[in-house]
Write a protein that binds this ligand. Structure first.
Ligand SMILES: Nc1nc2c(ncn2[C@@H]2O[C@H](COP(=O)(O)OP(=O)(O)O)[C@@H](O)[C@H]2O)c(=O)[nH]1
Ligand SMILES: [Mg+2]
Length: 375
């Protein structure tokens, strides 16, 4: 019966229904739009007086040297890297809590990028009068915390009113979680990303879209002279373990983006960098989102597919097509580096490097996968 076939959890539910989204936030004139333009090859206005009230949405390709080399090997008709979306919102204002419209725009994103101004520029006054990255990180965190606090308090009031008619067990658990764990953390000005929660509690909270619970990448936008300093010395403190950092210089990244590839490499080397900081921002974002890529290869197409870490082979097949997931038999798997060394799947097979894996196998980042299936 047809209903039986489609009645279980649908393959589509596990697929990425949309690209992962990172929201860029920070104080005005920190370099947010400059970074957004670099990430997404856009050209939104960044002049010193630009004051956009609109959010911009753009797509960044996830740089992956293995995938690029697979493209060179297979010379396919189509080449499809993984992508991450970035949203650039206008600079946030201090002290507005959840009334801050720009924070509301960030509720739907999966993780946040806070661009922090660390560069000096006499012509461009810092909104707070001085350059102090540690203060700015704390101030922006506090805005997120206050917005969450309002939301949690409002929800608790609503539950309080409902408690007159008696709460359902699910609501009781929710109240415990809000009252006992979230509220105290927020009142202590602790971002929720630092609070460890059980999986089911995390699920329970997902609908709230709490800002301080989102994974955070702090981008320190420095002057050229600070490019090789480490984040802790720039901030004068270590950030929480749920926070990642990347140091970059926006004007230098702009220069790199305009150079031909060979010159860009030489320039990076001069600066003592192994890759553009923009590439690190994208890759760190992908990682922060808990995403990895596996590849499919052929003359037709060389392509990266985005899956959550710890996805099984069968569910990974569903990222490609629900028919392949449904008819999954086995996956033929080889690490991209091995394939690049042998130069063909047939040669990998001959050397016993093409493994046959079953449906429960956990696909690893950078693996080339060929699914065998039956429809
Ligand atoms: N000197 C210097 N200026 C920068 C740097 N990053 C951005 N700017 C300039 O600062 C101004 C504001 O940048 P923008 O990206 O629009 O900042 P946003 O308000 O955070 O979006 C622009 O004139 C940029 O060219 C930097 O690292 N050094
Ligand atoms: Mg801007």
């Amino acid at each position: 019966m047809l209903r039986g076939a489609g009645g279980g959890p649908r393959a589509g539910n596990r697929r990425e229904s949309r690209s992962m989204q990172m929201g860029i936030l920070g104080l005005p004139k920190a370099g947010k739009t400059t970074l957004f333009n670099l990430l997404t090859a856009s050209a939104e206005s960044t002049d010193k007086f630009a004051k956009s009230r609109d959010a911009h949405l753009g797509v960044a390709q996830v740089p992956d040297a293995r995938l690029a080399r697979l493209r060179d090997l297979f010379a396919p008709r189509r080449y499809v890297p993984a992508t991450v979306q970035f949203v650039d919102v206008p600079g946030i204002q201090k002290g507005q809590g959840s009334a801050n419209l720009d924070l509301v725009k960030l509720r739907e994103v999966d993780a946040l990028v806070h661009v922090v101004r660390c560069f000096e520029d006499e012509e461009l006054a810092h909104v707070e009068g001085s350059v102090d990255p540690r203060r700015d990180v704390a101030d922006v965190d506090l805005e997120l915390i206050l917005a969450d606090l309002e939301l949690v308090e409002r929800r608790l009031e609503r539950l309080e009113q409902s408690s007159k008619r008696g709460l359902r067990p699910e609501e009781v658990r929710e109240r415990e979680l809000l009252q006992g764990t979230l509220l105290p953390a927020l009142e202590a000005e602790r971002p929720l990303r630092e609070v460890a929660l059980a999986d089911e509690d995390e699920k329970r909270l997902r609908g709230f879209q709490l800002l301080s619970a989102k994974p955070l990448l702090v981008v320190l936008n420095v002057g050229e002279e600070d490019l090789r300093r480490d984040p802790e010395s720039l901030l004068g403190t270590a950030l929480g373990t749920a926070t990642r950092t990347v140091v970059m210089s926006a004007p230098i990244e702009q220069e790199i983006a305009q150079l031909p590839a060979a010159e860009a490499l030489a320039f990076l080397e001069d600066l003592g960098l192994s890759e553009p900081s923009v590439d690190r921002v994208i890759r760190t974002s992908y990682d922060l989102l808990g995403r990895i890529s596996f590849f499919t290869v052929g003359e037709d197409e060389v392509r990266a597919w985005t899956i959550r870490r710890h996805t099984t082979a069968r569910a990974a097949a569903g990222a490609v097509h629900s028919d392949i997931e449904r008819g999954f038999i086995r996956a033929e798997v080889v690490a991209a580096d091995l394939l690049l060394a042998r130069r063909s799947l047939a040669a990998c097979r001959e050397h016993g490097e093409l493994r046959l894996e079953g449906k429960e196998y956990e696909v690893q980042d950078g693996e080339v996968v060929h699914f065998r299936f039956n429809v």
